[in-house]
Design a binder for this molecule. Structure first.
Ligand code: MG
Length: 450
């Protein structure tokens, strides 16, 4: 074993054949089964080649504890979340490493609302896992395993029962989509056919052999960008990460509009459609101010949470907010479900185009321009981060501060967030400003603080 496993509230991730093996997966199944009891539990995962190995090991652990399991096979992460609600299950497990490269896989845990565990739920589960106080069931009490094949179909049916797609059906839109041989391959055709959309799909084999690095960052998307630059017949481009919870949009010219702007594009449509007088948006603290601009445009309030889908979801529930998400291209639309869902993002983005009757670039041109600089500063020890955070505060005395997740200094037309890494002696720095020159000047101010 060379690399330490990454354990967090979002689940356990590791490298297959190195630190992530069936023993770990079974142990997680045993611990989560102990926590959830009889179940049932929904288990599914993305298209990675280690899907069967890890999923079957997790299921073995769950059954050993008397937990009934419904195996829904290769699916999108939000499909597991949807099936938890459909089957009134006690929770779910997703076998995925999301946007991580092909050598990785992971095990994500969900609660009975179909969202990631809360901090307190995670703590109880972690204690069970650590103390290994397990009572295995005998022959008559072990769990039962059933299989369900129609989960993706049901997921799509549910989305289309919530969102009115009349405008899309007659808009004659043409789409290029890249699910990168991940879970999106299994759903995109079914969804787009139902929307009466013309489309082409690249990297469309659900074999988990990714065509490019699965993190939907600009530098990983050259293939689809190049196709769209040379073929002007497409109205919009979509890219999903490997488990298809995140969505990134390209405009009609193949320009990468950015993960935050992809979220903003969808939030714009959802708030525009929303008839409530009390409109609310919830995003995490690293999300671009462009979403705040959209919220203001629709007279909606905006709340910022700590980073992590579970924090956004819990705040959405608390506030009964109509929409939320994360600036990494994760749209959460509570009317459909409690998780980031690229299929929801696709439907909402197409609806936006169909109703606005403008191109993506024309719509984006109405939004203010922000650029994000992501940097890190190396410290001598992890403890050095705390005096560094204090110095950050002193560097920007004119700012307003949010201290929920590291330090976020909110300046006029810019913000700077500094967060300690959980694992390394580094401080991660996010700077958003109207131009890269301004962002770099702000970064230099910080770097000189050390
Ligand atoms: Mg993902």
């Amino acid at each position: 074993m060379n690399t330490p496993l990454i354990d967090s509230i979002s689940g356990t991730r590791g490298i297959v054949g190195d630190n992530l093996d069936p023993r770990i997966a079974t142990e997680i199944g045993i611990a989560f089964g102990t926590y959830l009891g009889k179940g049932p539990l929904i288990v599914g995962g993305d298209t990675r080649t280690s899907h069967d190995m890890l999923k079957n090991a997790v299921i073995a652990g769950l059954l050993a504890m008397g937990t009934d399991v419904i195996d829904i096979g290769r699916v999108l992460t939000p499909t597991v979340q949807q099936m938890i609600r459909k089957f009134n299950a006690k929770g779910g497990i997703v076998i995925t490493a999301s946007h991580n490269p092909i050598i990785w896989n992971g095990i994500k845990l969900m609660n009975q609302t179909g969202s990631f565990l809360s901090e307190s739920e995670f703590q109880i589960y972690q204690d069970i896992r650590k103390h290994k106080d397990f009572t295995l069931k005998n022959w008559e009490s072990i769990g039962k395993l059933t299989h369900y094949e129609y989960a993706i179909q049901d997921h799509i049916d549910h989305i289309l029962s919530v969102i009115d797609t009349t405008a899309i059906q007659t808009a004659n839109l043409n789409v290029l989509i890249d699910p990168n041989n991940g879970a999106g391959c299994l759903a995109n055709g079914l969804l787009l056919d139902r929307l009466n959309i013309r489309y082409d799909m690249i990297n469309a084999e659900p074999n988990g052999i990714f065509g490019h690095n699965p993190e939907p960052l600009k530098e990983n998307l050259t293939e689809i960008m190049e196709i769209m630059k040379n073929d002007t017949s497409y109205d919009i481009g979509f890219i999903q990460d490997a488990d298809a919870d995140r969505l990134v949009i390209l405009d009609e010219n193949g320009h990468f509009i950015g993960e935050d702007y992809s979220l903003a594009f969808c939030v714009d449509q959802i708030l525009g459609d929303c008839k409530d007088t009390d409109k609310k948006v919830v995003v995490n603290l690293s999300t671009s101010s462009v979403v705040e601009y959209i919220a203001k445009k629709h007279n909606a309030s905006i709340t910022y949470t700590k980073i992590g889908e579970t924090h956004v979801t819990q705040e959405l529930k608390k506030q009964h907010a109509q929409v939320g998400g994360e600036g990494n291209g994760g749209v959460i639309y509570p009317a459909v479900g409690w998780g980031r869902d690229s299929l929801v993002g696709i439907v909402i983005a197409l609806k936006h185009l169909a109703e606005k009757k403008q191109t993506v670039s024309q719509i984006i041109a109405t939004y203010p321009t922000y650029v994000m600089l992501r940097e890190k500063v190396t410290l001598n020890t992890r403890d050095d981060v705390f005096p560094f955070l204090e110095k950050v505060k002193a560097t920007f005395p004119e700012a307003q501060f949010n201290l929920e997740d590291g330090v976020k200094a909110i300046l006029k037309d810019a913000w700077v967030q500094v967060r300690p890494s959980n694992t390394e002696p580094i401080a991660r720095i996010f700077i958003e400003a109207a131009s890269m020159e301004i962002a770099k000047i702000l970064f230099l101010k910080l770097a000189n603080v050390q």
